[in-house]
Design a protein around this ligand. Structure first.
Ligand code: ADP
Ligand code: MG
Length: 246
């Protein structure tokens, strides 16, 4: 196994508040790793530091052995860290496949070609990506008419267009119904298995986490209090205390 991502002593303060406190973990190639914890635990702050949106107060982040601490979001993205974008990242006036073609143009640094070639380029690859997320039948539909769950799957295809080594997904299933949540995470697990991409995600729904994550880390008040498989996390007394409010 090779280490894709490693943090050491990752810390972020906001004034007097230590939102993330001395967090050290690593993520292996091909791993689907969940970061869970109550509201305000520091999950998004962690993600924002990993994506370069926020500078750590202390600590380091390494990607494939290279330090990326403090790089800009664009620099980190170019090193192969993908993320699922908000729904607003898709262009409602374009079709599903055109959105993926746009992402491929961007990945290949061909954005200048958009006006002339957007409808023609990378069509095969775009279709393959849509197949990966089970949306090939909807390729020619306009995004404006898509159901929310389908937009989420399209977002995943767009993120994969960048051929990421690591995909960061902060609450990818937010706003989805329970059945859709399970389906999206199952799809993500399949993609991790088949494409060799590694994923770090946050998720509220414990059924989803326990069903699909390979490993689970629990953050509470900025501190990592547990790290293990579903069985170990379920039986961890500190985790039970946090979740049952004991
Ligand atoms: P989570 O994603 O686990 O719900 P967050 O990382 O969003 O938690 O927040 C962790 C803590 O940091 C919270 O107490 C939150 O209010 C605080 N926080 C997050 N972002 C900021 C910010 N930009 N300025 C000040 N405090 C922040
Ligand atoms: Mg959050």
């Amino acid at each position: 196994m090779s280490v894709v991502l490693e943090t050491r002593g990752l810390t972020r303060r906001f004034g007097g508040l230590v939102a993330v406190n001395d967090v050290s973990f690593s993520l292996q190639k091909g791993e689907l790793l969940a970061l869970i914890g109550p509201n305000g635990a520091g999950k998004s702050t962690c993600f924002n530091m990993l994506m370069g949106q926020l500078k750590p107060t202390r600590g380091t982040v390494h990607l494939m052995g290279d330090e990326i601490t403090g790089l800009t979001p664009r620099q980190i993205w170019r090193r192969g860290v993908g993320r699922t974008f908000q729904i607003t990242g898709t262009y409602a006036s374009m079709t599903v496949i055109e959105n993926v073609q746009m992402a491929l143009l961007s990945h290949h640094g061909q954005v200048f070609n958009i006006l002339r070639y957007a409808h023609k380029m990378h069509r095969e690859r775009a279709m393959a990506l849509l197949e990966m997320v089970g949306m090939q039948a909807q390729a020619e539909r306009h995004c404006a008419v898509l159901a929310y769950g389908d937009l989420k799957r399209l977002e995943l295809a767009i993120a994969l267009a960048h051929d990421p080594t690591l995909l960061l997904m902060d609450e990818p299933t937010a706003g989805m119904a329970p059945r859709e949540r399970i389906a999206l995470m199952k799809l993500t697990a399949d993609i991790v298995r088949d494409q060799g991409v590694s994923v770090l995600f946050t998720e509220h729904d414990m059924d989803v986490v326990f069903a699909h994550a390979h490993r689970i880390m629990v953050l509470n008040r900025g501190e990592l209090i547990a790290d293990g498989n579903a069985e170990a996390i379920r039986n961890d007394p500190r985790v039970q205390e946090v979740y049952l409010g004991g």
